[in-house]
Design a protein around this ligand. Sequence first.
Ligand code: ZN
Length: 250
Amino acid sequence: MQDQLKAFVKLAEIDRAARHLEEQLEGIPAELEERRLAVSALEQLVLGQKREMDDAAALISAQDEDIKQRADMLSRSKQKGAKARNMREAEAAERELDAIRRSIKDGEAEKERLEGVIAQIREVLAEPLRELEEQKRELVEAEAASGPRLETLRAEREVITAGRREAAALIPKPIFRRYERLRTQIHPTLAEARDGVCTGCRMQIAPQLYNQIIRGDDFYQCQACNRFLYHRRAIGEEEVTDEGAGAPLE
Ligand SMILES: [Zn+2]
């Protein structure tokens, strides 16, 4: 049992040392993903505005086409008016001319309005566009840098976690599985029981449980924080009280 507890303590020490590496190994891809989402959200926004701008531009060309056709109509109507044989025909031609002139004017006004819409969108979009380009560039850089960084971290973890598998193999499977589950929630996952207290959460340990932990006849968990607990005496190490903490171990 003492060997199992010793292996457990060693495992927890390895995990504790590797913890900051694990955090970075998880954090870097998570951060990249977050940035990718932010870039794509901004891109959607910009694209939506650009589409509005394209729609307005398409309407302007349609208006241009219309205006051109009406100008043709106008010159044809003028020719017709010149050929008017009497007052009635001349008046009718004049009314037609007026109507065409009005529709051309309306078309010009609509064009102006659409050009205003485009100018406004362009102005509103200038900053988000710059921001989008910058974020994209930074994301590409971060993605490029993350590969080698992750590789370095993995290599460091490899070194730090040497011996972990061997230590884990000595621990009963159900205990190891429970430890691994707990490890995703609480750090460190194994704490020393000292002077009747869990050093993980500083809560008092029930006297009977504390005695069992000292005996080291099984794996025990803190009733307050759920951490696994061990006592130095149970792994054959000299006991250190809080008063003596920091003194070198023999
Ligand atoms: Zn505790």
